[in-house]
Design a protein around this ligand. Structure first.
Ligand SMILES: *Cc1c(COP(=O)(O)O)cnc(C)c1O
Length: 238
């Protein structure tokens, strides 16, 4: 395809970001290895060239807010791209079959019904279980996805009993513009919640928290997956 001619040979942004992630992991107490933090490259509203260059530089996990965007990428990108797609935005119930087919992960589960549909689609297609996180709305913000902290355990337990789906952990998106003290509180709450409910949910290993402006703080509070867009690719197109 045409994009191949303009691949960036020096993936400096990715290398710089990985260095920052490793430094934040090392600065955690106790110190953590860089490999304990998985980087999810959030490619929403970025060009296909950027995605291709980033993939060529070794990045495999990419995230988008909409299933339709993931499908459009898959259609446009080289067939051998071998990308693990993560859905990080709300999943509408009429998109669950498409999500089950194309996504390796869904980070935004907040209803049993959606989880059930994903699980059924994967099972009936004979595919491996899909990885999911329960999204928790820690600030109780109206109009934002996610269950309350008090509901996460029950939902997690129900999901963990389903075949075709693997509950990996919790995800949060703190309030926009939150100051460091509040961010730290949110991240540490998600972590303690995960510890509280992990046993009844069959064991959880993923804390999806931290974005471009706060990922270092999130890592210090225990994040195992940071979702980063602008700090990797630059400002998004409108
Ligand atoms: C857009 C988005 C991100 C990435 O945001 P940046 O600030 O560009 O890193 C991460 N998580 C979710 C849920 C998003 O919608």
């Amino acid at each position: 395809m045409q994009a191949a001619a303009i691949i960036y040979e020096e993936p400096t942004a990715l290398a710089a970001l990985r260095t920052r992630i490793a430094a934040a992991a090392a600065a955690s107490r106790p110190a953590r290895p860089a490999e304990s933090v998985r980087l999810l490259a959030v490619s929403k509203r970025q060009s296909d060239q950027q995605v291709i260059a980033c993939r060529r530089a070794g990045q495999q996990d990419f995230g988008e807010n909409y299933v339709q965007e993931i499908i459009a990428r898959i259609e446009r990108l080289p067939a051998d791209s071998d990308i693990e797609w993560h859905l990080i935005g709300a999943l509408q119930s009429n998109k669950t079959a498409a999500a089950a087919r194309h996504c390796s992960w869904v980070h935004s589960i907040d209803r049993l019904k959606t989880a059930r549909r994903l699980a059924e689609s994967r099972s009936s297609a004979g595919m491996e279980p899909i990885n999911v996180c329960v999204q928790v709305n820690l600030g109780g913000e109206a109009g934002k996805g996610g269950v309350s902290a008090g509901e996460a355990g029950d939902l997690g337990e129900e999901i963990s009993r389903l075949g075709g789906i693997r509950l990996r952990g919790l995800m949060c998106i703190p309030e926009a513009g939150a100051q460091p003290a509040l961010l730290r509180e949110r991240f540490s709450r998600l972590r303690s919640l995960q510890e509280e409910i992990s046993g009844r949910c069959g064991g959880l290993d993923t804390l999806s928290m931290g974005m471009s402006s706060d990922f270092e703080l999130a890592i210090r509070e225990g994040s195992t997956m940071v979702r980063i867009g602008s700090a990797l690719f630059g400002a998004r197109s409108q």
